[in-house]
Design a protein around this ligand. Structure first.
Ligand SMILES: N[C@@H](CCC(=O)N[C@@H](CS)C(=O)NCC(=O)O)C(=O)O
Length: 210
């Protein structure tokens, strides 16, 4: 059984998209972090964050690890180059980059927190933007010429950040998002997330009159 601990409109929404790409049955347990999360959830995710998954009784946390695990566990979905395939190098690099560089660099830049790029593991915001733009100008998808779970991680994160105008606009970014976030699985996930968000008490105000 595949169980997914999820909160709508959060970092775990990338994993919701991945679940839809996989095309396998899964069950959602909602974790409403907009209200107090029971301490018992620490047994699943020690930092009380989403996402987390439990697959046949095995728990996996951290978005990048979850994405790598799921794409390998369900190879029929074709979302990961196989071990031994040279294409796996770019795939793993970009899949992990989304959480280890993109996410913290954008967060600190948005919070206007000043730091010395050489003093942190993820470097500068400007280097991130330049690296992403270079890559997406050369390559149709983030890991090469086909869609992979790395695109769910990168495009899922970029989509939200671009909406918030936390990344500068670049033609390569817009074209990449148009190629990836319009996929049927992405749209299904978006719709499911919207329906779940409607039932979150802290978000009720946004849905008034709808
Ligand atoms: N490093 C974690 C981060 C996940 C994360 O930041 N989740 C946020 C949702 S956007 C969360 O659960 N926040 C709830 C809280 O901190 O109370 C991962 O990649 O899975």
């Amino acid at each position: 059984m595949l169980k997914f601990y999820h909160a709508p409109w959060s970092r775990s929404s990338n994993v919701l998209w991945l679940m839809e790409e996989l095309g396998v049955p899964y069950e959602i347990e909602l974790i409403d972090f907009r209200a107090p999360v029971p301490d018992s959830y620490r047994a699943i995710q020690p930092n009380k964050k989403v996402p987390a998954i439990s697959h046949d009784g095995v728990i996996i946390t951290e978005r990048a690890a979850i994405s790598i695990y799921l794409a390998d566990a369900f190879p029929q979905a074709g979302l990961a180059p196989k071990i031994g395939d040279a294409a796996r190098a770019a795939y793993l690099t970009w899949l992990v980059y989304a959480d280890s560089v993109f996410d913290p660099a954008v967060a600190l830049h948005t919070l206007k927190l000043e730091y010395e790029p050489s003093g942190v593991s993820f470097g500068s915001f400007d280097d991130l933007v330049a690296n992403l733009e270079r890559r997406l100008s050369q390559s149709e998808f983030i890991a090469g010429d086909r869609f992979t779970a790395a695109d769910v991680q990168v495009a899922g994160s970029m989509g939200y950040v671009m909406q918030q105008k936390w990344l500068p606009e670049r033609p390569a970014f817009a074209e990449y998002l148009a190629r990836t976030t319009t996929r049927p699985a992405a749209k299904r996930a978006e719709q499911k997330d919207l329906e779940m968000a409607r039932n979150i008490p802290a978000l009720a105000e946004m849905f008034k009159g709808q």
